[in-house]
Design a protein around this ligand. Structure first.
Ligand code: GLP
Length: 239
């Protein structure tokens, strides 16, 4: 079950999560971490990066894994998750290409990209942590509400709500129809699962998450199946 930790606001949620990530890479310099993008983890990453630089922590052996991506956009497009991770994590921390596992969304065969990521994940073994946000429709990564959910990396048709995500709309991208994402087994197999619950328009999802039931129509409820999961809840946005 998710261990729900109430935080007064976005800042407290972000600093608690950043602290946890810092401890993780200090204790395990070879950690492998799945990273979500979006507003939920944005401040966490900024605080984390600041501390890594300030304390001169060596993270050169940490492996970073991108959780999901929009299909059809070039990676230099500011709407992409690639752009976000580059800007917020890879570039400020000077992370080498071979320490980053990613799938591209543009001009590549998406199934091959999924296969590539699956193989790389198979090679690196145990994932130490996954940082995930929650979509307004309850998605995790781009595992959209559905009757059945995928366990591995896959291409997905985006839900109407997802197509209006700020990362797309604020960049004027209104025609993205598909996404690519790690599957639920890959997310749930992380040793430590860190969930960030923040953001407007998610009240119904939060309510479902407290009902202690597992619904594939609300993929975030699947996170209750994890044995070592924490959900930092920004109560200022959930009530
Ligand atoms: C996006 C991404 C997710 C993200 C979620 C919440 O569409 N696919 O990885 O966690 O939706 O986004 P935000 O944190 O901006 O509310």
């Amino acid at each position: 079950m998710l261990n729900m930790i109430e935080c007064e606001n976005y800042r407290e949620m972000s600093s608690r999560c950043a602290e946890e990530l810092l401890l993780l890479v200090e204790r395990n310099p070879r950690a492998k971490i799945i990273l979500a993008t979006g507003n939920s983890p944005l401040l966490t990453y900024r605080l984390f990066v600041k501390e890594i630089i300030h304390k001169q922590i060596n993270i050169s052996e940490v492996t970073w894994i991108k959780l999901d991506e929009w299909a059809g956009l070039p990676e230099e497009n500011p709407a992409t998750y690639e752009y976000f991770i580059n800007k917020e994590i890879l570039s400020p921390l000077n992370i080498k290409k071979d320490k980053y596992i990613t799938f591209g969304g543009k001009g590549k065969n998406i199934n091959q990209e999924c296969e590539k990521v699956e193989n790389l994940l198979g090679e690196i073994g145990k994932i130490d942590a996954a940082v995930v946000g929650i979509g307004r429709n309850g998605h995790i990564g781009l595992n959209e509400p559905a009757k059945e959910l995928n366990i591995g990396a896959h291409c997905v048709k985006l839900d109407t709500i997802t197509k209006t995500h700020k990362m797309l709309t604020s960049s004027g991208e209104h025609h993205v129809e598909y996404g690519i994402t790690l599957g639920l087994d890959q997310i749930l197999s992380a040793e430590r699962l860190i969930v960030l619950a923040t953001g407007e328009g998610k009240q119904n999802v939060y309510k479902k998450m407290t009902e202690r039931k597992i619904l594939t129509e609300v993929p975030a409820t699947m996170l209750h199946l994890h044995r070592n999961a924490v959900c930092y809840v920004d109560v200022s946005s959930t009530k």
